[in-house]
Design a protein around this ligand. Structure first.
Ligand SMILES: Cc1ncc(COP(=O)(O)O)c(C=O)c1O
Length: 395
């Protein structure tokens, strides 16, 4: 058999510590390795496979569009792009869409839009306030927005115009705001930072502050959006509307797409201000349209709330048995289990051995983000494996 890890280390830049598993096939919430062994997937392509792996409606949409028109210059109108934008607008509080290829690209566009708005409406204000423990992507500007020194230090000097302040602290945002501030950029709940959930009133207070100052609220819903937390967009659960919202990850259910949405009054890009060769690609847009339509028509939000609560209760039930669990937190199907020591990697390996894929989001924290279409049976199966893995790691 080919030694894929060896070839990987020979030819691929070493930017990620891989889990020793080569995936060759996926269906629903399951994936298979090259020897035919099956795994239950609670990583879901990093919160991407919203309808699971290779869902027939997405596969059909991709195949049909690939046979029809694969790519066109954005100088021309293409129908999948317009249909997707219409569906996004009709189901959100935003009015206009720009389509790109990834989360970082969507966030770059959001910051450019906020800066352009600042030039036109806020006397040239350009600074964006974001928070510690956030994650906004890997481009240089998004590394500056991402309030985590481990991502920033290797790349100094970082682009100017970003201030990181404490998350879940409205006073920190207030003190950082100056006449140079054009926007505050936040995740409704922080995913990569460890599934950190703010106080119920935090987003509303930030919204009020932004309104008072006339600055913009950018919500990065790249991880939380498209039903991950049990509503189509997490802002709905906080009763707050952003001026700009970014999406990616789950939007294409596995196809690479990013989107930047904005209110009409904020949509100040003029022709030539922004662009992307592959942004709005017909095939990825067809996949995202099929995903979003399926999610809306089949009340996937309801499934996420029901099954997410069931998973959460199961995990919380472990706390009495395993005293070394210090916290179980999350919303919908974005859940973290925290421990009193750095055992997440060894738990991940034990789960892998037993046929369950989980994510180590921090050395002491596991994260679960399965496809949004999973049912109770799959949760039961995952809970059995986790129970066994936790039983073996008492400390
Ligand atoms: C909240 C958030 N924003 C942005 C990104 C970056 O997205 P991408 O990796 O598609 O550039 C991520 C990725 O994890 C994310 O979770």
């Amino acid at each position: 058999m080919t030694n894929w890890p060896e070839l990987d280390s020979k030819y691929i830049m070493h930017t990620v510590v891989r889990v020793p598993l080569t995936l060759v096939r996926g269906e629903g919430a399951r994936v298979w390795d090259e020897s035919g062994r099956e795994y239950l997937d609670f990583v879901g392509g990093w919160a991407v496979n919203s309808l699971g792996h290779c869902h027939p409606v997405v596969v059909e949409a991709v195949a049909e569009q690939a046979r029809t028109l694969m790519q066109a210059s954005n100088q021309f109108y293409t129908i999948p792009q317009i249909r997707l934008a219409e569906l996004l607008v009709k189901n959100s509080c935003l009015d206009k869409v720009f389509l790109g290829n990834s989360g970082a690209e969507a966030n770059e566009g959001a910051v450019k839009l906020a800066r352009r708005y600042g030039q036109l409406n806020l006397n040239g204000a350009y600074e964006v306030i974001s928070t510690f423990s956030s994650f906004h992507g890997r481009t240089l500007s998004m590394v500056a927005a991402t309030g985590q020194p481990k991502f920033q230090k290797p790349y100094v000097p970082l682009p100017a115009g970003f201030l990181n302040v404490e998350y879940n602290n409205i006073e920190a945002i207030k003190s950082a705001t100056t006449d140079k501030t054009c926007a505050v950029m936040l995740e409704p709940l922080q995913g990569e930072g460890g599934v950190n959930i703010p106080d119920d009133n935090y987003l509303a207070e930030v919204r009020e502050w932004c309104d008072q100052k006339g600055i913009l609220l950018i919500l990065d819903e790249i991880q939380t959006g498209v039903c991950r937390t049990g509503a189509l967009f997490a802002y709905e659960q906080y009763g707050v509307e952003p001026d700009i919202m970014t999406l990616a990850k789950g939007l294409g259910s596995g196809m690479p797409i990013g989107a930047l949405l904005a209110k009409d009054r904020v949509s100040v890009f003029a022709p030539g201000d922004h662009g992307s060769t592959f942004g709005g690609n017909p095939v990825t847009c067809a996949a995202a349209y099929a995903t979003l339509k399926y999610i809306i028509d089949n009340d996937i939000a309801g499934n996420v709330r029901k099954v997410g609560q069931y998973l959460m209760e199961g995990l919380k039930g472990f706390r009495d048995k395993f005293q070394f669990i210090t916290d179980v937190r999350g919303r919908g199907l974005l859940i973290a289990v925290e421990f009193d020591s750095d055992i997440a990697q060894s738990l991940l390996m034990t789960c892998l051995d037993k046929g369950l894929l989980v994510n180590r989001v921090k050395p002491d924290t596991l994260r679960l983000m399965p496809p949004l279409i999973i049912g109770y049976d799959e949760v039961d199966q995952a809970l059995v494996v986790l129970d066994e893995a936790l039983s073996g790691s008492g400390n």
